[in-house]
Design a protein around this ligand. Structure first.
Ligand code: MOS
Length: 752
């Protein structure tokens, strides 16, 4: 007899939901790339160049080859064919370093792979790699920190496609600046920063005939498959990429790097599975970094604070062969209302590995500069910086000349000011004290793009009342397993503990990269349409299959709600849980497939889609002992509907922690003599740790943005890192009187 299943009475969307994969992580059952073991697996260790510019004259592998347990030493002469890859439609085929490993004997950056040792054990592989001896002809590397734009034409090719160096233009910014009664002209510098996820990059490659399986710590298994298929001349279906758990990635794991084909080539050569794990030191060479930037910002304004002209001209460092674009001007055309504007960029080649996206690429260094400039303008005009922003709030996106899908920056500023207690701020330097310490207060706005990548999903309703949802996206620690479960639960009525989530495998329906803060927004419509399709299959089965309590009805006389099927005319009183319908019809499951298109970079978009927010930061300064601490942060984010506020707050808090690092600690320095990253260890590359992190209060507004998807959810992975450094540097200025325009703020900057 049909019986009432406990229907889920409250929607799982918008509720604090602990990660469904949490128990697997804390009990050690979650398998990261290096946790998968295979019979006969060998270990590979790259040999890294110890010069940054020059040529290999001789490579002596004889000692390494003779070591017991060494299976192969791969180099240019014996690696076998690896092809180049190219970008494909639908945001596929992307990688930031196109040159396959060992393609030539030229060294372009310190740490470039020149050989690979393959051995029975990790220790032997390491010893053999150390025993490979290279002789070089050296030239002085160019790692110069002052950036002058190279002589590029206006249209340049970047990793994602061509870009005009005149990026945005309106009105007459030069004339408006020249005649403006108030002027600001400053240059801001952000350093190279290196991604340091807890789990270093790792690849395990296994060949079976002409099929290649790669276990990798990847933020994008589908794109990865496409790149590796190209590099080994295989059809896509012969390559499978698996990333079940990722020990975080900040953009460094978005696209495959050179060690990935290296592991695959080694496995091909020795006919055994091969695992290659990068050392922490190698993380500083060939898996990307946030490039150094130098950004000139010119603002012309009225004495009342109305912007007249804004010019943002930036230069970033790039590698010798590659074309990562650091899009610092991404947010500049639409953040504030200004009739005259110009955004341009230039690039400066250096003997450093390829740059890459790093959490909030482009806009994060970009908004440090533009928001710091707005704070300087407010100071110059003696206007409250919150008021200055409110005064220049645009009605539409003046760059695209499109309405915003949803923009509530003004509400963010008001709520942030109220929660922080901003009204109590006294503007004079050093005028605020607590417990014998000098306080500094600063603030800044932030924004980040919102869009969808194309995504597909499938969803099964099963006879035990459980649901399986599958999509080839990844969970990089942000909570994607849980989001997929929440979405499936919302549509099917199955409680979260009856939803199985499959992701992190390129053999699943194509899913988005975990990047651009776009994974969640992208999977919503794919999962919802997969659920709708599974539900219509179920209703068809219920209406037509012998044994069903509804047999003889037309499918459109039936309805599905809260996990149950019922006759519309009778209402839910006589509903039957979907599991029972399937049992009666002797079906184990019905499956639905769904897909949704990309909106990313859509030239026909009718709306400008972005998230907005602001940060209020407090620092404490003790001049006697030169101690500077961030003591309090309040962040307000307008990111549409938040599907999981618990995970959402985690994301913003994590981003603010990175922002403290960006403002006060993080930078990668390259040795002018040999081009090596000097501080290439966790002892020397300083990131914010628990002791650096104050209470971080996060508030979300709740304005669902239905332009993006049915739930109204925009992304939250990156926006929390935009603007925070400008808020902190202004707080430092308020406390100390010192305006630092080159990150990170160093104690020596603050000593007179
Ligand atoms: Mo993020 S830099 O898009 O991984």
């Amino acid at each position: 007899m049909p019986s009432m299943q406990d229907p889920q009475t409250v929607s799982p969307i918008g509720r604090d939901t602990p990660r469904i994969d949490g128990p697997r992580k804390v009990s050690g059952q979650a398998q990261y790339t290096s946790d998968f073991h295979f019979p006969g697996m060998l270990y590979a260790m790259p040999v890294c160049a110890t010069i940054a510019n020059g040529k290999i004259v001789r490579l002596d592998t004889s000692a390494a080859e003779k070591m017991p347990g060494v299976r192969a030493i791969l180099h240019r002469e014996n690696i076998g064919k690896i092809f180049r890859s190219t970008v494909q439609p639908n945001f596929e085929g992307i990688c930031e370093e196109r040159r396959p490993p060992f393609e030539d004997d030229i060294i372009r950056y310190y740490g470039q792979y020149i050989a690979l040792a393959v051995a029975d054990t990790f220790e032997t592989a390491k010893a053999a790699a150390d025993a490979v001896h290279a002789t070089y002809s050296k030239e002085k590397p160019n790692v110069e920190t002052h950036l002058e734009a190279d002589d590029d034409s206006d249209l340049v090719l970047t990793s994602f496609g061509p870009r005009h160096r005149l990026d945005s233009h309106r009105g007459d910014p030069d004339a408006a600046f020249a005649s403006a009664p108030v002027k600001l002209d400053q240059t801001y510098v952000t350093p190279s920063e290196t991604h340091n996820p807890m789990e270093t990059h790792a690849t395990t490659a296994i060949w079976e005939g002409s099929t290649l399986t790669l276990y990798d710590s990847s933020q994008g298994v589908v794109n990865y498959r496409s790149v590796l298929a190209q590099m080994f001349g295989l059809p896509n279906e012969n390559v499978r990429v698996i990333a079940k758990f990722v020990g975080s990635g900040f953009g460094d794991k978005l696209f495959p790097w050179t060690h990935c084909p290296l592991a695959a080539a080694a496995a091909r050569q020795v006919g055994r599975p091969v695992r290659l794990v990068l050392s922490r030191k190698m993380m500083f060479f060939g898996v990307g970094h946030r490039p150094r930037t130098q950004q000139r910002v010119r603002i012309g304004a009225t004495p009342e604070g109305k912007l007249l002209s804004l010019q943002h001209d930036y230069i970033y460092q790039r590698s010798i062969l590659d074309a990562h674009h650091e899009d610092c001007g991404e947010a500049t055309p639409f953040t504030d209302s200004v009739p005259n504007l110009r955004v341009t960029f230039g690039r400066a080649q250096r003997n450093i590995g390829a740059g890459a996206d790093m959490r909030g690429p482009g806009a994060v260094p970009g908004m440090y500069a533009t928001e710091a400039a707005m704070n300087e303008l407010a100071f110059q005009l003696k206007i409250d910086p919150v008021k200055l922003r409110l005064m220049n709030e645009p009605k539409i996106d003046e760059g695209l000349k499109l309405p915003f899908s949803s923009r509530h920056l003004a509400e963010c500023l008001q709520l942030g000011a109220e929660k922080f207690g901003w009204a109590k701020r006294t503007p004079a330097v050093g005028s605020m004290k607590r417990d014998g310490m000098t306080l500094g207060w600063g603030m800044a706005g932030c924004t980040w793009l919102a869009a969808r990548f194309g995504a597909a999903a499938n969803l099964q309703l099963r006879d035990d009342g459980s649901v399986r949802v599958a999509c080839a996206t990844q969970d990089i620690g942000t909570g994607t397993y849980t989001i997929l479960a929440q979405l499936a639960s919302e549509k099917t009525g199955a409680p979260l503990d009856k939803v199985e989530v499959a992701l992190g495998d390129s053999s699943l329906p194509d899913g988005p990269i975990s990047g651009g803060s776009m994974a969640t927004g992208s999977v919503v419509p794919a999962v919802f349409s997969a659920a709708d399709s599974a539900i219509s299959s179920l209703l068809m089965v219920a209406a037509t299959t012998p044994g069903s309590p509804f047999v003889g009805r037309k499918p459109d006389e039936l309805a599905f709600e809260k996990g149950t099927v019922f006759i519309k005319a009778d209402g839910r009183a006589k509903c039957v849980p979907f599991g029972e319908v399937l049992q009666h019809t002797k079906l184990r499951l019905v499956t639905g497939a769904g897909r949704a298109d990309s909106t990313f970079g859509d030239p026909k978009a009718k709306f400008s889609t972005h998230s907005f927010g602001c940060h209020f930061a407090e620092v404490t300064w003790e001049p006697e002992i030169a101690r500077l601490r961030v003591s309090r942060v309040v962040t307000v984010i307008d990111a549409g509907r938040i599907i999981n506020p618990l995970a959402g707050r985690n994301q913003i808090q994590g981003a603010v922690v990175m922002g403290i690092g960006m403002a006060l600690l993080e930078h990668t320095s390259y040795d002018p003599q040999n081009g090596a990253p000097i501080n290439s260890s966790m002892a020397d590359y300083i990131v914010a740790v628990n002791a650096d992190v104050p209470p971080i209060e996060v508030h979300f507004l709740d304005f669902p943005d239905k332009v993006l998807n049915e739930v109204g959810a925009r992304g939250i992975g990156e926006i929390g890192l935009a603007g925070i450094a400008a808020a902190i540097t202004d707080a430092v200025r308020h406390a100390t009187g010192v305006r630092v325009r080159e990150l990170p703020v160093k104690i020596e900057d603050l000593l007179d």
